[in-house]
Design a protein around this ligand. Structure first.
Ligand code: TMP
Ligand code: ASP
Length: 240
């Protein structure tokens, strides 16, 4: 597998071509941003930890029948994935009130929701990723109703799998964000699943073990990512 030209650079990852046009290499950076890039920083070894954690979660989800872009972990900071044409919708699932939901509804953080709440955001940096609904998706023409059903059904299935797995590790899955894309006509789960894109709280103490420690200047950011990696059991070094 040859690492080719850099084709895309996001806030936390780079994407490189490979010698197979169907596959790309995702390289995880240590850069961290918040508030649509307004706050910038570095989290030591974040790329290594997020690659390990994401690779682990993608393997877990694949083993439970979720179709993902993940092929295999290549090295400390990179994974090989199927090349996707991104669907510009971020799907957020929430189990406990926190972040923008707490703010929007005027709720305190930590309230258990009666059922998982699914939200859609239009993936557009210039607009600041606004909250949208089904009707907006239709008007924007960014996904068919069938594709949107797949996105929402998959997001809820991912929620069940991850919640159950994390509960056994004494972790609460407060909320998370997923991204999807199409590959040869099929919708696949893409992007990453890590403390950058999920809220994880310790089940006993409610201690935050995710990127909120960076967003809110709480300190011990690296230690929180390390704790998640330790509890999840992802491998730092590639086993293949
Ligand atoms: P929010 O409460 O700020 O809307 O975040 C909901 C979830 O989505 C949370 O787990 C963090 C994740 N998220 C991202 O992955 N990227 C983002 O840009 C934002 C705003 C949130
Ligand atoms: N990814 C976001 C950014 O745009 C921030 C966040 O995760 O809160 O910087």
């Amino acid at each position: 597998m040859k690492k080719g030209e850099l084709v895309y650079e996001g806030k936390a990852k780079q994407v490189y071509l490979t010698d197979n046009p169907d596959e790309v290499l995702v390289w995880f950076k240590d850069d961290a941003t918040a508030f649509n890039g307004e706050k910038k920083g570095t989290i030591q070894s974040k790329g290594i930890m997020n690659n390990a954690i994401s690779s682990f979660f993608f393997e877990l989800l694949s083993s439970k029948g979720v179709s993902t872009h993940f092929i295999r972990k290549i090295d400390e900071r990179s994974m090989l994935v199927r090349r996707l044409s991104i669907v510009p919708i971020e799907v957020v699932v929430r189990n406990i009130s926190a972040g923008s939901l707490a703010k929007r509804l005027g709720w305190e953080e930590g309230r258990k929701l009666p059922h998982p709440v699914v939200e859609l955001y239009y993936k557009d940096d210039a607009l600041g990723d606004p909250l949208i609904n089904r009707s907006h998706v239709k008007a924007l023409g960014i996904a068919t109703p069938e594709q949107l059903n797949t996105l929402e059904d998959t997001a809820l299935k991912v929620n069940e799998i991850l919640m159950e797995f994390l509960a056994a590790k004494n972790l609460l899955l407060v909320d998370f964000k997923l991204e999807f894309g199409t590959h040869r006509g099929e919708i696949l789960l893409g992007d990453e699943i890590s403390p950058d894109t999920c809220r994880f709280w310790d089940a006993m103490t409610n201690e935050k073990l995710d990127k909120d420690r960076f967003r809110r200047d709480m300190g011990d950011v690296e230690a929180a990512y390390q704790e998640i990696l330790k509890r999840v059991g992802g491998e730092l070094v590639c086993s293949r």
